[in-house]
Design a protein around this ligand. Structure first.
Ligand code: SF4
Ligand code: SF4
Length: 128
């Protein structure tokens, strides 16, 4: 059986280096949530922001690797809701990919969605 190519997010990371990521304080560990302290800063009385996402050149403090090549989220299991809800191959995804010079994605199948590059580029042998 043909092996499914690695998920495109593993060689992207554009959304983690393009957008401010704000979420409820209750998602932070000290307030009963899961996001580890040190990866986000208080923004208002009720909101936190992922550290690094509001820099002039945004880059989340939890992102490792090189955008567009190979990346990983250092707090994947504990990432906040905006990260969980950001859909690969959505319009927003393709906008930030474009900002990083990456090709748009489309869904190859409807269920379950399998994003694949529109302009096919060779995939690395190991991406995660
Ligand atoms: S959701 Fe889109 S922009 Fe974010 S890492 Fe995945 S492919 Fe890249
Ligand atoms: S927490 Fe992880 S998924 Fe969310 S922006 Fe940072 S690196 Fe990306």
């Amino acid at each position: 059986m043909q092996q499914r190519p690695p998920h495109p997010c593993l060689r992207c990371g554009a959304c983690c280096a393009a957008l401010r990521v704000d979420f409820s304080m209750y998602e932070m560990q000290p307030h009963g949530g899961q996001v580890p302290e040190g990866f986000a800063e208080p923004l208002t009385d009720t909101l936190y922001r992922l550290r690094g996402t509001d820099y002039a050149r945004p880059r989340c403090a939890a992102l490792t690797g090189t955008v567009g090549e190979q990346v990983a989220c250092g707090i994947y299991e504990w990432r906040p809701s905006p990260c969980r809800e950001f859909a690969a191959a959505s319009d927003a995804c393709n906008r930030v990919r474009q900002r990083h010079g990456l090709p748009a994605l489309r869904y190859a199948h409807s269920s379950p969605p399998t994003p694949e590059p529109v302009a096919h580029t060779p995939l690395p042998k190991h991406a995660g």
